[in-house]
Design a protein around this ligand. Structure first.
Ligand SMILES: Cc1ncc(COP(=O)(O)O)c(C=O)c1O
Length: 466
């Protein structure tokens, strides 16, 4: 049997199934097997030496490379339109590896403020201890707000195209333009869009990160992350910014990464120097689950996006809902950017804010039955969370408000169930929790559709306004 290797002209639905994989030659297994091994046997003294010098590119140790992982790396590079992908243990590992391949003590970088909170904490706390300074940009749609903050020590610009959780979309071409005008690379976290909805390399980004634990795997069972890069950025053109890529390296017998790897210098350094030494390695078992998940990515993202828009529209019509941050709604401030960058769908993670503050949000979350109450996104199951008391609880009120997270804000990650069942679940939850104006919340212990018994069994509580 010959491997149906897709060419570049093949569609996304085809490439997500076939790219990077060929049938196993030893036993004919159609599904790429799980090579769960720490190391690999060398055939000879000479081969062992050459595996270390790089003259023989075969495998030596699974922290440095693994065939199960390699298939997924090729597939993700293909789907993102890049040339290299490094698969890692988690999205957090991917962010660390990508940025530590570019930043060192004394360096400064810019980031949009609306970020996954774990990434924000990494930047402000961990990186600060290494002498790396992040500066947040307040108005990422204003090119001058990025440009005026660039210093001689600035090394890169960072953003999430669809920020988790509030959907303040980034204009990728605009930010890439500022970055490249100043000779800097643009790094993005594309977790919430996935390459099915958005391929940032096509809009000027140079490095793309994902938490593959979310939509890419899709089934909420395994963590992984990936760093994808193309050949857009000329690392050799800015030796003063990235001396570690441009000066002689012991790892390359005295040559530099740009001399040996050209425009792939970043990726080679991230893999061989950062990932290999920090041990951020993914398990081949998780890589296998990720590859299985990737094969249905486009089908899931279509359904996620359709369902999420239906849920957003339903919420937008409720008087108890103060706002819905979904860029697919025509009234949303980021709708024009969504039409430009996300025409195939806007993903499934968004927030809405209910009247009644924290008690109102808690009552709605507690009444939902199909939505699971948990801190995760991108699962085929619909999920729900109250950010201000969980992911963002450490921030002060002013910072939460700046990020669009209020006491009554609820984050949803809409799954791939039947949209009708999700709307019915929301309906019964809202029916069971009567929210009145000005933060007075009234709820029942047991949801019921009978108005008379509803009044009889109701419990009342007063809470302060948001
Ligand atoms: C946008 C984004 N990036 C990175 C991460 C971190 O990914 P992981 O949990 O796989 O480490 C998350 C996790 O929620 C995320 O939402």
């Amino acid at each position: 049997m010959t491997a149906p290797t897709p060419d570049a002209a093949s569609g996304f639905d085809t490439r997500q199934i076939h790219a990077g994989a060929s049938p196993d030659r030893s036993h004919g297994s159609r599904i790429p097997p799980i090579h769960l091994t720490a190391g690999y046997v060398f055939d000879s003294h000479q081969q062992a030496h050459e595996r270390f010098t790089g003259d023989d590119t075969g495998y030596s140790y699974s922290r440095l490379g693994n065939p199960t992982v390699g298939v997924v790396e090729q597939r993700l590079a293909d789907l993102e339109g890049g040339t290299d992908a490094i698969l890692l243990a988690s999205g957090a590992a991917a962010t660390n590896v990508a940025l530590l391949a570019l930043l060192g003590a004394g360096d400064h970088f810019l980031s949009s403020r609306a970020l996954y909170q774990g990434t924000a904490n990494l930047f402000t706390e961990n990186f600060a201890r290494f002498g790396i300074e992040v500066e947040f940009v307040d108005h990422p749609s204003d090119p001058d707000d990025w440009a005026r903050r660039i210093r001689p020590t600035t090394r890169l610009l960072f953003a999430e195209p669809i920020p988790n959780p509030t959907n303040d979309l980034i204009d990728l071409e605009l930010v890439a333009g500022v970055a490249h005008h100043h000779g800097l690379p643009f790094v993005v976290d594309n977790t919430l869009a996935t390459p099915y909805l958005l391929r940032p390399l096509e809009w000027g980004a140079d490095v793309v990160i994902h938490s593959a634990s979310k939509f890419l795997t899709g089934q909420g069972a395994a963590l992984s992350g990936v760093v994808v890069s193309g050949e857009s950025f000329d690392w050799a053109a800015v030796p003063a910014l990235f001396p570690h890529l441009n000066s002689p390296s012991a790892a390359l017998h005295g040559k530099s990464f740009t001399q040996v790897h050209g425009r792939r210098a970043f990726s080679a350094y991230a893999r061989d120097v950062v990932s290999a030494r920090t041990g951020a390695t993914v398990s081949p078992f998780n890589a296998f689950l990720l590859r299985q998940g990737l094969e249905t990515l486009s089908l899931r993202m279509r359904q996620h996006s359709r369902n999420a828009l239906a849920v957003a529209q339903w919420l937008d019509d409720r008087s108890e809902v103060l706002s819905v941050d979904h860029p697919g709604l025509a009234s949303n401030a980021f709708h024009a950017l969504a039409r430009k960058y996300l025409p195939a769908g806007q993903g499934s993670v968004f927030t809405f804010t209910v009247a009644g503050g924290e008690a109102g949000a808690a009552a709605i979350i507690g009444a939902l039955q199909v939505f699971s109450h948990m801190t995760h996104i991108g699962d085929v199951r619909s999920l729900v969370l109250h950010p201000s008391s969980t992911t963002h609880w450490l921030l002060d009120d002013a910072e939460r408000t700046r990020l669009g997270i209020h006491a009554g804000t609820i984050r949803v990650s809409v799954g791939t169930e039947d949209a009708r069942d999700l709307l019915d679940d929301l309906q019964q939850a809202f029916d069971s929790v009567a929210l009145t104006e000005l933060g007075i919340v009234q709820w029942q212990s047991f949801p019921t559709t009978d108005a008379a018994s509803s009044v009889a069994s109701a419990q009342f509580a007063e809470v302060s306004a948001p």
